[in-house]
Write a protein that binds this ligand. Structure first.
Ligand SMILES: NC(=O)c1ccc[n+]([C@@H]2O[C@H](COP(=O)([O-])OP(=O)(O)OC[C@H]3O[C@@H](n4cnc5c(N)ncnc54)[C@H](O)[C@@H]3O)[C@@H](O)[C@H]2O)c1
Length: 256
C-alpha cells in the first residue's frame, strides 16, 4: 500500500497545494482542516486513490488525538505529517495590530493554533510512531519569513508563534532521530495565498502587491506550489539525511 501523509490546514491555500503535490507524487493524503467540507472537496479531486478528509481543530488536544486515532484505525500509520495549519489575526480594520492594542485573546489564539497546534500534532504522531514504527518517517513544520525578519505585515503574536516553530523543529529533529524520522521546517516568503490577502488591508494602495513582488530578488510573489515543491522534496527519499533544517522558500526575499 502507498504511504500515508496527513496534511493539516489543507482545505485551501498552501495546504491544498501540498495535498495536490503529494497525491501526484503517489502518497495517500489525509486532508485535514477546521471544517470537513473544503477538505472533502479537495480529497475527492486528488489524483490517485485512498485519500480521505477530516475535520480537526489543531489547537485542541482531544480533537488532534481523535484525528490521529481515527485516521490510523481506518488508513494505517501516518508516515508523513505536514503541519501547515496556521492563522494570522489582523485588527478589525485589516491593519497589523501593534503591541499597544493587541489583546491577550489574540495572543493566546495565535499561539494556540500556530504553536500549540504543532506541538499537539507532532506529539500525537511521535507517540504512535514509537508504538508502530514506519520506514522513512517525515515531519514538516511551517514557519514564516516574518519570523526570520521580524515581520512584513504579520503581528507580533504571529511572529512570536512562528519563531517558536524554528526552535521546536530542531528539538523534534533531535528527539525523533532515534526513530529515523526527519523533522524539517519550511519558511515561506510572501506567498500569493489567502493569508497574504488577509494581511493586505483594503486601504492599501492597489499596487501594494506589485511593489512587494519587485522587492523579491526573483521578481515575483511565491505561489502555493512553490511551498508544495519544497515539502514534496523533504518528504522524498532524496531528503533522508536532512533533519532539523529550515528551508527558506522566499525568492531571495531573505537570505540566511
Ligand atoms: N501566505 C503566506 O504568505 C504565508 C507566508 C508565510 C507562512 N505562511 C504559513 O503557511 C501556512 C498556510 O498559509 P496559507 O497562506 O495557505 O493560509 P490560509 O489561511 O489560506 O490557510 C490556513 C488553513 O489552516 C486552517 N486552519 C486554521 N486554523 C486551524 C485550526 N485550528 N485547526 C485546523 N486547521 C486550521 C484554515 O482553515 C485554512 O484552511 C500557515 O501556517 C501560514 O502561517 C503563509
Amino acid at each position: 500500500m502507498t504511504k500515508l501523509a496527513l496534511v493539516t490546514g489543507a482545505g485551501r491555500g498552501i495546504g491544498a497545494a501540498i495535498a495536490r503535490k503529494l497525491a501526484a507524487d503517489g502518497w495517500r493524503v489525509a486532508v485535514a482542516d477546521l471544517t470537513r467540507e473544503p477538505a472533502a472537496e479537495l480529497a475527492g479531486a486528488l489524483p490517485g486513490n485512498g485519500h480521505s478528509s477530516w475535520a480537526v481543530d489543531v489547537s485542541s488536544e482531544a480533537s488532534v488525538d481523535d484525528l490521529f486515532s481515527t485516521v490510523e484505525a481506518e488508513h494505517g500509520p501516518v508516515t508523513a505529517l505536514v503541519c501547515n495549519a496556521g492563522i494570522l489575526l489582523m485588527a478589525a480594520d485589516g491593519e497589523r495590530p501593534t503591541i499597544f492594542d493587541m489583546t491577550l485573546d489574540d495572543w493566546e489564539r495565535t499561539h494556540a493554533v500556530n504553536t500549540r497546534g504543532v506541538f499537539l500534532c507532532i506529539r500525537a504522531y511521535a507517540r504512535r510512531r514509537r508504538e508502530t514504527p514506519v520506514a522513512d518517517g517525515r515531519v514538516t513544520t511551517t514557519s514564516s519569513v516574518a519570523a526570520e525578519l521580524g515581520g512584513y505585515r504579520g503581528s507580533a503574536s504571529y511572529i512570536s508563534s512562528k519563531s517558536a516553530i524554528l526552535g521546536f523543529t530542531k528539538a523534534m529533529a533531535r528527539e525523533l532521530a532515534p526513530l529515523k524520522i526527519t523533522v524539517n521546517c519550511v519558511a515561506p516568503g510572501v506567498i500569493d495565498a489567502p493569508m497574504l490577502a488577509a494581511a493586505t488591508p483594503g486601504s492599501a494602495p492597489a499596487d501594494t502587491l506589485d511593489l512587494l513582488a519587485k522587492a523579491v530578488p526573483l521578481g515575483r510573489l511565491g505561489q502555493p506550489d512553490d511551498i508544495a515543491g519544497a515539502v514534496s522534496f523533504l518528504l522524498s527519499e532524496q531528503a533522508s539525511y536532512i533533519t532539523g533544517a529550515t528551508i527558506d522558500v522566499n525568492g531571495g526575499y531573505r537570505m540566511a
